[in-house]
Design a protein around this ligand. Sequence first.
Ligand SMILES: [Ca+2]
Length: 490
Amino acid sequence: MNPMAQKCILYARRPVVLGVLRPYLPLMLVARLPLTCVTLLLAPLFFAATAIAEKPRPNIILFYIDDLPQRGLGFREAFFHTPNIDALREWGVEFANSFVTAPVCAVSRASLLTGQQQARHGIGDFDTPLSAEQLDESFFTQLRRAGYKTAYLGKYGVGHPRSHPSELCLPEKWFDLWYGFVQGSSYSQMEDGQKRHITTIMEEKAIAFMENKDNRPFFILMALLEPHGQGGPGGPWNYQDPEFEVPPPAAPAVKPGNMTKEAFDALPDPIRNGRNNQGKKTVEKLDEYMETVRAFTARADLAVGRLLETVERLGLAEDTVVIFTSDNGSMWGAKRLAGKWNLYEESIRVPMIVMDPRLGDRKGVREQLVSNLDIAPTVLTAAGLDVSPALQGHNLLSYIEDEKAPGPDYLFLEHDTGSESDGRPLPRVEGVRTADWKYARYKDTDPAIEELFDLTADPVEEVNLVSSPAHAARLAEMRALFTKAKAEAR
Ligand SMILES: [Ca+2]
């Protein structure tokens, strides 16, 4: 037995630390302790040395945050206050190369729910819902059919009842507990005549759902609204939880190194003329904007802490798989752009943390290329269910079990919403990304605008190598890979 395992068993025999304290206190306690202390105190509660096959089917909680790029967590940048998500990362495994294949809410969410690319699931706008057949075949319906009790809370965002059947846009009947919302719902909700914060209500419902657990394992999809949707001051989208005080930042926000006029001027026309270009305010109001993002993200982290605290209080820690990810990133001023809707790293690179206590002390970071397509196969595998060949992702647990297990060599990327907003187009672009290279091709330009980036030498994509004679062979190779990946994505 290694020394860490010995320590873990000792700690596991102690009285539960988090559960006996008042709700807010343990989370503040976690915030104040160095991460190593947090790990020593709490990680053992999630440890188990038994092999997966010998354990009963686990409960599964999927935290699905909105518009949070990979950099937006405390363990990556001290500006952000996310002690509970940071601790989750210490207990589990972080996938450092995690992406969404389509960087826009509705399309990315449809990919997560179906385990398929946009090219296959067919959701390409903000109004079209998944079909009843797609909902019937989804991983959450399979879980329910296999005896799981399932819950969906928060932003659903695939389809809109203004133009399609409400039962598909808000698929209540596919879950045991439904508290889902269409895209664009407010942080402030009226409940029993009182104005309440939506995340607080979501927490209460999720916690009650866990407390009322019967002999079935549960699946909870906690689709947090944060940090998306910072509207104007005082607007409903900007409503902060009045019961939560955000601690001051430990460091200033990091300014993107590529927030330069040169980087903006070098962008393709569809980007410079599209919705990502929100003018000077992107740069001038960045500090104010990041403060709001920080407050929202900290509130989302509190929700993660409250649910994990409940898991542990109910004695479910060794039988509960926890996943944390985001539906897309955000430019946050990089290249002087706002929003997502493009294939740049800031827009497609997202956090991905998986904690499966049945996998014992396999922790740390994994480097394989992973994506939102991997959630469905991972959850199905965790539950001991078969994964249909119609799904296009990979089981992340295999990389946790064997950190050298080979991942895919490339991901097909697509942004094809075919939709306009604010009177300006969203750039339609497709591409392919390997571990070291990215190739992108804009769909609405003739001749086609292409981009080629050496991600090792140029990780923030400032030098387009398409016209570089020295990279002609690489360009030809990436064009061929793009054609192959696009055909496979259908
Ligand atoms: Ca989003």
